[in-house]
Design a binder for this molecule. Structure first.
Ligand code: C5P
Length: 221
């Protein structure tokens, strides 16, 4: 059994940036579970699914095989054997992922993959239900959040840096809608685990958040 650090929280709280840095400092593997849900969503979008019918999601998702490999320390998501990393971080895929991730069949498929990775390796795993459902015995659990405004601005900055067009109001609206869906679904809703440490990063820099998490980890040792 590896040593496991679970980081959950809403969209745009900075989970992946922070988790990656924590993993690097500790020489753990970083597991981005959102990317797995996004790969599943990409498959559904490519097959003409619009996300309104859970029945359709359930039928079509059985054709998707999501797996993970690591190259130079980076997580590569394979969708039916193809590296889809460059196609995952769009608002369209994110919004679809938020709809399709409410489906129990989709979650069941990815749960096994996530648990196996955590069993075999020391991991920093980020997502929505890692501390509550996937790794209830994780040594360290963090619930990382920030205000909706801060999160929307951070997402917008990501687009700006990539030179992609964006609409801040639309991003903010999507983030709030996505949180609502993630927090109110029946299966594995986003919520802080009872034994998770709450970190609000609204007024914190990246390195401060990384240090706060390393502090929690060191105190557990
Ligand atoms: O974190 P990211 O924005 O990449 O996640 C995309 C979507 O995948 C989330 O809005 C959420 O609905 C879903 N997700 C999930 N459980 C996880 C990780 C992501 O339901 N562990």
């Amino acid at each position: 059994m590896g040593c496991n650090i679970a980081i959950d929280g809403p969209a745009g709280a900075g989970k992946s940036t922070i988790a990656k840095k924590v993993a690097k400092k500790l020489s753990f593997i970083y597991v981005d579970t959102g990317a797995m849900y996004r790969a599943m969503a990409l498959y559904l979008l490519n097959h003409g699914v619009n996300g309104d019918s859970q029945e359709e999601i359930e039928t079509v998702c059985s054709g998707a095989d999501v797996s993970i490999e690591y190259k130079d320390g980076e997580q590569i998501v394979l969708l039916n054997g193809e590296n889809v990393n460059s196609m995952l971080r769009t608002e369209q895929v994110g919004n679809m992922a938020s709809k399709s991730s409410a489906n129990p069949k989709v979650r069941e498929h990815l749960l096994k993959l996530q648990r196996t990775l955590a069993e075999k390796n020391d991991v920093v795993m980020d997502g929505r239900d890692i501390g509550t459902t996937i790794l209830p015995n994780a040594e360290v659990k963090i619930y990382l959040t920030a205000s909706a405004d801060t999160r929307a601005r951070r997402r917008a900055l990501e687009y700006e840096q990539k030179g992609e067009p964006f609409d801040l109001d639309q991003i903010r609206k999507d983030i709030i809608e996505r949180d609502e869906r993630d927090m109110n679904r029946a299966v594995s809703p986003l919520k802080q685990a009872d034994d998770a440490v709450l970190v609000d990063s609204s007024e914190m820099g990246i390195d401060d958040v990384v240090d706060a998490i390393l502090d929690v980890y060191n105190k557990k040792l």
